[in-house]
Write a protein that binds this ligand. Structure first.
Ligand code: FE
Length: 187
């Protein structure tokens, strides 16, 4: 994690003075858990997934994660052929009802510009390399319409409970700068 932070600082995504532990906790732990539960339910329940992709706002509200009036949530699904990446090129619009506070780098000028110009490069900066055959689609958030990525379910998780699946869903996997993954077990 420290190495990634260093890279992100060097690339200009993160002002090191802004890396505050409490904010980090809200960004990575508390906030995104709502989104992780939504994703885990979509992986477990095909009918829920269909509703989520058809109307993200309504499907998220089913789990009592309310949005503010006027904000619509669109859920975009990753597949082997298509990877989705979310940005707000104008400012920092972010689906905070499901993800909490946006990370510092999400609001940075380098991320906002490079995500559009070189999305594969940005994803690479976050340590993710996608097959060349996977296309990348960039979604530009607005105050009215915000995006949540439905990442691919990790292999080897057949039969897992929603609670266990939710632990595979990282914040970044729901922005598109990361992938869902089976958590490493502390030895
Ligand atoms: Fe914005």
């Amino acid at each position: 994690m420290r190495a990634l932070e260093t890279v992100l600082v060097e690339k200009g995504y993160v002002d090191p003075a802004a890396l505050d532990l409490i904010v980090e906790t809200y960004e990575t732990k508390i906030g995104p858990r709502n989104g992780a539960r939504v994703i885990a339910k979509a992986w477990s329940d095909p009918a829920y997934k269909a509703r989520l992709l058809a109307d993200g706002t309504a499907a998220v509200a089913e789990l009592s994660y309310g949005g503010r009036q006027g904000e619509h949530l669109k859920v975009v699904e990753n597949t082997p052929e298509l990877h989705n990446l979310v940005v707000c090129t104008l400012c920092s619009c972010y689906p905070w009802t499901v993800l909490g506070l946006p990370p510092v780098w999400y609001k940075s000028a380098p991320y906002r510009s490079k995500a559009v110009l070189d999305p594969r490069g940005v994803i690479g900066d976050f340590g993710v390399s996608l097959p060349a055959s996977t296309k990348i689609r960039v979604w530009d958030s607005t105050a009215e319409l915000r995006y949540l990525v439905l990442p691919m379910r990790p292999e080897g998780t057949e039969g897992w409970s929603e609670e266990r699946l939710a632990d595979c869903v990282t914040r970044d996997s729901m922005i598109g700068t990361g992938l869902a993954r089976i958590p490493e077990v502390a030895s």
